[in-house]
Design a protein around this ligand. Structure first.
Ligand code: PGA
Length: 274
């Protein structure tokens, strides 16, 4: 596990975007696993800049998103403020700024009939399997330690499914997104369709875990250095056998016990010593 610590959110975002761009350049038909939330916005802005200014080509790329709120889907008849779907978020933050074809974009369908959810979730995983898994998967972390919407208590072997959101997640996401749009908290979705932790572990070849801000420092330290536990589903980072890169700003890294070691290893690697 490489842990890269940068002074600012902007630098963290640049490093994360650079890692994704390296995959896309090396293999133009890369499969990208994407995440929503405020954390990856800077990464997506940097990818959009690379597309615009450096011609980074996404025309053969396929994308899969981790999750979507249950009960909503992208509705272009609404304004971006009114449409809080993750599909819309991805459209506004990334997809409309790059040249990934619509037919290669996959975001779980929040409008799935809950009675058909099991079949739908199996289908979503089959689509990922068909393309050989996810070359690089962007992962943020929720305040309660979740990855995607795998809330505390989700099995580390869980698969794509419908999951109820915790009160903490509803509060966090309400503050960050819904409140500004004038939506009442009671009207915010309380369920999501989410890839499971087992799904992420099975399909991801390179995990790119990003976090910023001192507010995330405690939960980042638990995920990276605490016990592996379903109470902090992002602690599954310790179970990956593929490549793992963690990119943090200095706030998010501020409670890591082994911070000096991570910085030492990065220096050695930069100097070509390992
Ligand atoms: P955030 O959310 O990036 O808005 O903090 C992360 C998450 O909930 O996974």
């Amino acid at each position: 596990m490489d842990v890269l610590i940068r002074a600012t959110y902007k630098e963290m975002s640049k490093v994360a975007a650079q890692i994704i761009a390296e995959h896309v350049r090396a293999r133009p038909d890369s499969v990208l696993g994407l995440a929503t939330g405020s954390t990856p916005v800077g990464t997506y802005q940097e990818l959009a800049r690379m597309h615009r200014e450096e011609g980074l080509d996404f025309s053969k790329v396929t994308t899969f998103n981790l999750d979507e709120y249950l009960g909503i889907g992208m509705d272009l008849t609404l304004s971006a403020d009114e449409d809080q779907s993750y599909r819309r978020f991805m459209h506004e933050q990334l997809f409309k700024h790059i040249n990934v074809p619509e037919s290669r974009i996959h975001v779980p369908d929040g409008l799935v009939d809950p009675a058909m959810a099991d079949e739908y979730c199996e289908w979503y995983e089959e689509k990922i399997a068909e393309v050989g898994g996810i070359d690089v998967q962007v992962l943020g972390i929720g305040g309660d330690g979740h990855w995607a919407f795998n809330e505390p208590g989700s099995s580390l072997e869980s698969r794509t499914r419908i999951e109820p959101l915790t009160k903490d997640t509803i509060d966090d996401n309400y503050r960050a997104f819904y409140k500004n749009a004038g939506v009442k908290k009671s009207e915010m979705p309380h369920f999501a369709v989410t890839m499971g932790i087992g799904t992420i572990l099975e399909f991801t070849h390179h995990a790119l875990f990003i976090a910023n801000g001192a507010g995330k420092a405690g939960v980042v330290a638990k995920a990276l250095e605490g016990p592996v536990t379903s109470q902090v589903t992002a602690s599954a980072i310790q179970l990956f056998d593929g490549t793992v890169t963690v990119v943090l700003d200095k706030g998010a890294a501020s409670k890591l016990k082994n911070r000096a070691h991570y910085e030492h290893v990065e220096r050695l690697k930069r100097e070509g010593a390992c």
